[in-house]
Design a protein around this ligand. Sequence first.
Ligand code: MG
Length: 310
Amino acid sequence: MTDRHNAPTHEARLQRALLSLDGLSVGDAFGQLLSTQSRSARRIVEHNGLPGPHWWHTDDSQMAMAIVEELAATGQISPDSLADRFTKRYLADPGRGYGRGARLQLQEMARGTGWRQTSTAAFNGRGSKGNGSAMRSAPLGAYFADDLECVVSESTQSSVVTHSHPEGIAGSVAVSLAAAQTWQSRGLELKAARHSIWQATLERTPHGETWEGLQRAFAVPLEMLPENAARILGSGFLVTAADTVPFAIWCAIRHLDDYREALIATLEGDGDCDTNCAIVGGIVSMFVGRSGIPEDWLKSRERLDLNFLP
Ligand SMILES: [Mg+2]
């Protein structure tokens, strides 16, 4: 736990969350932009050139903004309040590519049903084990980066609103932990930073299918081509946490010090392109800082409509 006297200020934590949100939302918009040409990402970026503004962002950024707004307002995650923020954002702008399961839950919450009921009733009472709470959770890890126990508990609180299956929660927790430990490792040399991020993530992610995928990812050599790593780990074609998070964290760790390369590699793995890139962008931005996000990419992403002035 953080020493009370050395506790970082809310403002410092919030600035970290906003940096991760920039990394996440640029990744989301970039991944969405090239989702139908993912295998050609490198050629497009390096030779053909990317289109100018405005790159459209999807549900990943919308939900991550709701989390950052919740943290900005209260410094913690209250599932009741977060459910309200998710629902309001969905109603204001429903055409952001929400998955079917998320749409059904958000529409039900908008009709007044509580999140506990909608979240546990999802997928015939099993709860969602989709990647939808992982895709939004890097900024939460950034906010609580100085306290990994807090990362686990707050990320769980954030996930259960829509993804109450243990695998959905594990996906959210793993991504938050990776983002938090990436911040903690930002001054280290690459090899030490990579080791520290794997260790923190594997040690604290709840055990299950997603954790087993992380173990497999840890063993995949970083020299392997992303498309081959994706064949081993999955890259989100199943849109589950277990099929998405291990590959995304592997890509982030492979290119910890190069945001642009990280996102190109992530796209080369194909799969759930906007979500994979959102996760990777939210993590890698913790290592490279805002100046590490290509300036023209940041300018090309459509403006974020946060309900407070950053
Ligand atoms: Mg999306």
